[in-house]
Design a protein around this ligand. Sequence first.
Ligand code: XMP
Length: 513
Amino acid sequence: MDSFQGIREKICVIDFGSQYANLICRRIRDLGVYAELYPHDTRIEEINLGSVKGIVLSGGPSSVYESGAPEADKRIFDLGIPILGLCYGMQLIAHLLGGKVEPAAVHEYGKERVSVIKDGGIFRGVPGEFNSWMSHGDIVTATPGGFEKIALTSNSEIAAFEGKRIYGLQFHPEVSHTEFGEKIISNFLEICGCSRSWRMESFVEDSIMQIREKVGKGRVLCAVSGGVDSTTLAILLREAIGDKLSCIFVDNGLLREGEFDGVSALLSSIGVNLIKVDASSRFLARLSGILDPEEKRKAIGDEFAKVFSEAAEANGPFQWLAQGTLYPDIIESSMAGKLAAVIKTHHNVGGMPGWMKMKILEPFNQLYKDEVRKIAGLLSVPDSMRLRHPFPGPGLAVRVIGEVTSEKLNICRKAGKIVEEELIAAGIYSEVWQAFAVVGDDRAVGVVGDKRRYGRIVTIRAVSSVDAMTADWVRLPYEVMGRMSGRITNEVDGVTMVTYAISSKPPATIEPQ
Ligand code: XMP
């Protein structure tokens, strides 16, 4: 559970299902302190308390007075460690320590002016009035005994409280719309006595130490896909455990072109043993007849687990299977806690099947892609790999709508390559988070060389994003779209029409399946 036992100081952020929970961690990390998200039902025994300098209770959609509302392990209040509750987190402190929480007469959503009653402490260096961002329907109407109110708004008498190094804020200091939000979080870190010496470099050093400690004399099989996350992980593991590392690259028949070449050149240049398994026909056979996207993802995850296990038997023994899983993969698969909904099951999340003998090692499972790209920079991963667009583990299978067939895969692969090539030619590849081609079963009548052709429709998807949690469609220049369309219909057999996807995430997701 505790990913970084080796970290010298950290803040635990307890997640009650807020959209912003991981953003709190991000802000704290940006201020030089390692922060990690924990599900609300984490027991204090599961946390390495020696390094914990402070605890943040996140917001969340529930009401504390409803039955079944999520609570934290109450013993956190006896630890003497500073605690900061935000929105639901504040209400939970009030509820658990004898204050009162009620439905608010006026719901506050969006911008609200906060007036500070008591400056200093959490409000040190913050003006007497500032704009904050709120999103709540409940309100604290009585502070717990020994606490005092320290801020108000026109609708609420208690917009912030403090007592015994425990603080509650009704607003969200972690969102960029709250003025002085960063200062308030920084004040909390001061109160916690953090030295603020954490940098990405420290993450790399701490991870190396922790991986060595965890793995001991064991051997690790690291699954690489050609993407930045797994490649960076392989390089980090090489640094940590040297030749106790082997990597495995599975050709599942669902890859972009040239995926193996880049990763194999890079890993062999640093002496990593790379096992290549051609499993394309068994993956395609397994996917035959499956139409449902979740079923597809689960079949691929399961097949990967089988291939990894077989390769581990043949080349092992290996005690650990390492994967480059990131935080967004976990939250979308609803593994971040029982409070988040399943959006899609990422191929590498959800735990490996019970029969899998290897233990899982996922050092990046609290990070976002841009943070992994920073680590890749520190480990001198070449830019061509570091800045490559993300590619999903289930590969082209989630870009083929409906049944995965060789014909549709071929169209998807060739059309996707054209999309990438045209972005590079236009000099805008790195401005786009991800761009690719999608193919389904819809067809359109075309006319080629005076003959009728009933071909496939290909959809181009190009999105901008910072962390894949939300995304917008990119307003590509018409000329670029025109060139992509012309080349796809001319160069890819069986395509008669090209369309462009203009949905953001939400309500759509980035990959169509
Ligand atoms: P969605 O489609 O959920 O994707 O908006 C968010 C980001 O995650 C990638 N993605 C995956 N990555 N395994 C992965 O390693 C998966 O199963 C998976 N599904 C989606 C997607 O390409 C995008 O960058």
